[in-house]
Ligand binder design. Sequence first.
Ligand code: DON
Length: 317
Amino acid sequence: MNPEENTADLVARFDFAATLARIAEEVRDLVGQGKVAAYIPRLAEVPADRFGMAVATLDGRVFEVGDAATPFSIQSISKVFTLTLALEALGGDLWKRVGREPSGSAFNSLVQLERESGIPRNPLINAGAHVVADVILSSTPTAQADLLEFVRARADNRAIVMDEEVAASERDAGFRNAALANFIRSFRNLDNPVERVLDFYFHQCALQMSCLDLARAFLYLANRGRCQRSGQSVISAERAKRINALMLTCGTYDAAGEFAFRVGLPAKSGVGGGIVAVVPNALTLAVWSPGLDEKGNSLAGAAALDRFTALTGLSIF
Ligand code: DON
């Protein structure tokens, strides 16, 4: 990368197709390593040897490699979509009910909640996502349909669905989420019945999307809150900035510091093996490989994003 060149010129002339092909080759030995999430039984059935990656640019181009068109369970990546909807519903009052600091603990940790009186550290850990789900449920009688509609519109794909089997599988094994939600409710930080909050939460996690869908769907966060295709506002530029900041500091849980150090981009991971990252004012990228590291982030996926920012020079730093 020529340091004199501005980001738009760089993006316009960069050969992303060749870069993605090179990255797929470079991370090949990592694909299949790590552990596929087994605590949600349905996810344990996904073959570990998959790898896909997609890039969507603000000037309307899309690039892909490998299994980029295969839908997978987006899991915690959905927390970015629900945060967007909850901010629209409640505005800044959301921050009375959920914090904005990295947790430094596992995404499903209970201990912090006790010490902090039922106010989750941030909206991107499970406890925070339960509060966010509760806010959405209080704002509309059709929360699940509204979320699905939002995601389909953002990804420009009407075929996106929530996988009922994944949602049921997680509900049947969801003792820890049930503990978290009951605990938050005991502090009066949930207004809706715990069962409703959990049902919505398990369904948001069960959204099935491909890397291509996710790269397209996150473009509003690279585009100061505007839809890349229509130019219409999805959220304000200020909220887009804040969501990106939260992804950088909290999007990969207790690995967020290491992830910022390695990759240097706002990103959100899920235990389905997906990671989405945003290069503000330039592009989005999504990667999928189901093998996870010990923090629950895709092993090959994180390596691929690391290589992407190293090869292109596109990072926020
Ligand atoms: O609640 C859970 O445990 C899962 N539905 C989502 C967790 C997740 O994706 C965390 N990601 N790294």
